[in-house]
Ligand binder design. Structure first.
Ligand code: COA
Length: 530
């Protein structure tokens, strides 16, 4: 009888997960289409390659391409595809990991929306942290003018792209640009601030103002070629360094330039031969509970994720709602912190101790977040959960070892933060399609706000019926559910993307390889509240 019930649950879970994966596939297809069929055709008819084809040609055959912000901007700008008109990700060029940043000119002429800026900047930060050369395929009309408030005035926007280029170049992190289309204003400064520029004859242009703007501003009538074409920049202004005959030739030159860089640093951590988990990763679809009120069995999920399903557990009997231990993914050692229930004082103390161990041994931290938060109530407060939680956050925040976060389930409140939320700048942060994150769950938010309202009304001597209360709560629940979804987090770039559980090991293995090539700074913890 019991196993029949289990089987039914796993079937429901699997069915629900396949639905989520289907939705993810559709969103990814939309991102791949860029500006849609008409814009793609117009672009191809001009003898140019589409952005994904450019990237494929730039990368080594069979290279992985780990995208950052694949679905950023989805639904935020009317008619603009997921991705916000730019493709960013890590791939191999001449065997060397590089950050590729490529405008999609089929999306509003490759212009920059607020989210395009944010995504470009995020890709740069990842590149900087891992000291990856940046190869930027520029084909952009600069700022998307109606969105200036989200592009122009603040840090983290267009100006930060330049600031990061300068900073990376100063640290010897190569900046290579390939000018493949008409690059105007900010779109021209991006290549201009690179170490080396390739430009395509007859197709690539760089100017601070295009021919129409020049005519309007000064009355000068000039064609695009004379104003900013490859011949002019290659022979007269000296703005560009290499002239290519077409897109393919330009990308071949960019590959050659990467090949001429000093060698890629060797890994500073040991990698042993990788082992597949003993349990297939596809079992995760059956394990992740479709009913969000029912916990997912974390230990079983770990068996699907870790090399040889092997976890050398630390303090297994203490604070068991947080599983901590040493494991390997793709042959790289990691210190795993995985939630298995609400966080108690003991779990927080254990996390602090474990993070300290990993810092002393230079072991990267992998946070697998599925947590409703820290325990509340008098007993928890008397047990000092506030100071234990603060110690956990201090240790996690100060740790200088590489940190990676995957939200594998619900991730709420301070629990989300303690499990290395975005604010703590993990090297990379992904979410599974079933992942959810918010300050609190939909029911809790609706109940809290309803309690406040009821108190206010009763203070004024007013009545509030059950029906009225329910009508008040329903939209709050809905709003919280929509906010918490993985798609919403990916769209706002609050995570680097959504990973199918089946992609997670490969992604982490690549990330751990990149992180292993950068020396770890020494960790200095802040004051621990005892
Ligand atoms: N801001 C807002 N929208 C812009 C834009 C900008 N800077 N540049 C282009 N667009 C829009 C166009 O209105 C068009 O929108 P639609 O598809 O809704 O009609 C779309 O992007 C594609 O532009 P289009 O001119 O049809 O494509 P193209 O491939 O022939 O040319 C550019 C692309 C970028 C070369 C050209 O549009 C251009 O020169 N734009 C002005 C660039 C500029 O002066 N930027 C200054 C920023 S400070």
């Amino acid at each position: 009888m019991e196993s029949a019930v289990e089987l039914k649950d796993s079937d429901i879970n699997e069915q629900s997960y396949q639905g989520l994966l289907q939705e993810l596939l559709i969103a990814r297809d939309a991102a791949w289409m860029g500006g849609g069929e008409l814009a793609r055709q117009k672009h191809v008819d001009r003898g140019r390659l589409l952005v994904r084809d450019r990237i494929e040609m730039l990368l080594d055959e069979g290279s992985p391409f780990l995208e950052i912000g694949e679905l950023a901007g989805e639904g935020l700008y009317e008619g603009v595809a997921p991705g916000a008109g730019i493709v960013t990700g890590v791939g191999l060029i001449q065997g060397r990991a590089c950050m590729v940043i490529a405008n999609d000119p089929t999306v509003k002429g490759g212009t920059y929306f607020g989210m395009t800026c944010k995504k470009h900047v995020r890709a740069q930060r990842f590149a900087w942290q891992h000291r990856l050369p940046c190869v930027t395929l520029v084909d952009s009309g600069g700022a998307f003018l109606p969105d200036q408030a989200n592009i122009f005035p603040d840090e983290g926007l267009f100006g930060s792209i330049f600031h990061n280029q300068v900073g990376m170049s100063a640290e010897g992190i190569a900046q290579i640009a390939v000018v493949l289309g008409a690059c105007t204003a900010g779109g021209a400064y991006i290549p201009a601030l690179c170490d080396e520029i390739v430009i395509v004859r007859g197709k690539g242009f760089m100017f601070l103002g295009g021919p129409q703007l020049v005519q309007a501003a000064t009355g000068e009538v000039v064609d695009a070629e004379s104003l900013g074409g490859a011949e002019m920049h290659g022979r007269i202004s000296g703005v560009t360094d290499h002239i290519a005959e077409d897109d393919g030739h330009a990308l071949a030159i960019a590959r050659r330039l990467v090949g001429e860089l000093p060698p890629m640093p060797a890994p500073l951590r040991e990698r042993v031969p990788t082992q597949a988990p003993l349990r297939p990763i596809s079992d995760v679809y059956q394990l992740v509970s479709a009913n969000t009120k029912k916990p997912t069995p974390t230990r079983e999920v770990l068996n699907c994720l870790l090399d040889g399903s092997a976890l050398s557990e630390f303090k297994a009997e203490y604070g068991p709602t947080l599983i901590t231990g040493f494991a390997r993914i793709g042959g790289w050692q990691v210190g795993v912190l995985a939630n298995d229930g609400v966080l108690f004082t003991e779990s927080a103390i254990k996390a602090t101790h474990f993070i300290d161990l990993c810092c002393k041994r230079d072991i990267p931290l992998l946070f697998l977040a599925d947590v409703s938060g820290f325990m509340v109530g008098m007993q928890a407060e008397q047990g000092g959960i506030a100071k234990a939680g603060a110690r956990f956050i201090t240790a996690m925040s100060a740790a200088k070892v590489p940190k990676f976060t995957v939200i594998t389930g619900g991730s709420y409140g301070a629990g989300n933060l303690a499990m290395c939320g975005r604010a703590f700048q993990p090297n990379a942060m992904f979410m599974w399609p079933n992942g959810r994150a918010a300050i609190m769950g939909p029911d809790q938010a609706a109940t809290t706000l309803a309690m406040v309202k009821r108190q206010n009304l009763s203070a004024k001597g007013l009545a509030w019926s059950q029906d009225e209360e329910e009508a008040f709560k329903a939209p709050i629940r809905q709003q919280y559910e929509a906010f918490a979804s993985a798609r919403n987090f990916a769209r706002h770039l609050w995570v680097d993307g959504i990973l199918d559980p089946a992609e997670t090991r490969d992604a982490l293995s690549l990330l751990l390889d990149l992180a292993a090539r950068v020396p770890t700074e020494m960790t200095r913890f802040g004051v621990f509240r005892m």
